[in-house]
Ligand binder design. Structure first.
Ligand code: NAI
Length: 216
């Protein structure tokens, strides 16, 4: 199952398939046709088949896909069959909220440490993990084979902090700071802007309201 040359749009849809299939699996559903999955997920069956064909089609035979198999295969493509060691930089509102969210662990993302530069936060527990000073983060990353860093610090320091983390072995950054990071090739960065999603909502709200007004 090679994911080489597959568009980011397809990759971007895989987590949603994975989520739905996980729910079906938990409900004890063994097989599902692309048509049924299409109705459930409100995407066309041909989109589903096209997406899955990028990975060899996942062996749909007779009546539909084997849910457990498909769930596992998509999980493998997403790298969820392995565990990842993760740290959070910035133990403010967002850092603590993410740290407290247990569901990432279910997917194999293990929170190993949380760091901040504010002494008032040192020792504060986020679940069972104490906030540590930034002075120890480099050694921590090296010794604990941390592969992912979550950046929930202001944009003013994010670029510099990312450089230090990468120099010590961080391979991927989940970046919530509103700034583009300057990382070497091969380091994976996923920028998250919750406001983008809110603006999309605003656009749809606006479009719907306009359409309604035109009808009247
Ligand atoms: P906050 O002020 O509650 O927390 C920020 C924490 O980062 C503080 O505890 C501070 O001491 C620490 N910090 C600052 N510089 C640091 C450094 N160089 N090293 C280590 N720790 C450092 O802010 P909040 O609400 O948690 O937001 C954090 C950042 O995330 C903000 O810059 C905000 O703009 C951004 N944000 C991004 C969102 C997104 O969707 N991308 C959503 C919400 C916030």
């Amino acid at each position: 199952m090679e994911a080489k040359g597959i568009s980011q749009a397809v990759i971007g849809r895989l987590p949603r398939y994975f989520r739905y299939l996980g729910e079906l699996k938990d409900e004890g559903v063994e097989r599902i046709s692309s048509q049924e999955l299409s109705e459930l997920m409100k995407v066309t069956a041909s989109q589903i088949r096209q997406d899955f064909n990028n990975f060899g089609g996942f062996g749909q035979q007779g009546y539909g896909y084997n849910v457990e198999f498909l769930y596992k295969e998509i999980g493998k493509i997403l790298g969820l069959d392995k565990t990842h060691q993760l740290i959070i930089i910035g133990a403010g509102n967002l850092g603590q909220a993410l740290g407290n969210y247990m569901n990432f662990e279910r997917r194999g993302f293990l929170l190993k440490g949380i760091f901040d530069k504010n002494p008032a936060l040192y020792g504060k527990k986020v679940r069972e993990i104490e906030v540590q000073p930034m002075e120890v983060v480099e050694e921590f990353v090296r010794e604990n084979e941390v592969d992912i860093a979550v950046l929930t610090i202001p944009k003013t320091s994010a670029v510099e902090v990312a450089e230090v983390l990468v120099a010590n072995g961080i391979k991927a950054i989940w970046n919530f700071a509103h700034v583009d990071l300057n990382v070497p090739e091969g380091i994976q960065v996923e920028n998250v802007h919750l406001s983008d999603s809110l603006m999309k909502l605003s656009y749809n709200l606006e479009r719907y309201s306009t359409a309604q007004a035109e009808k009247e």
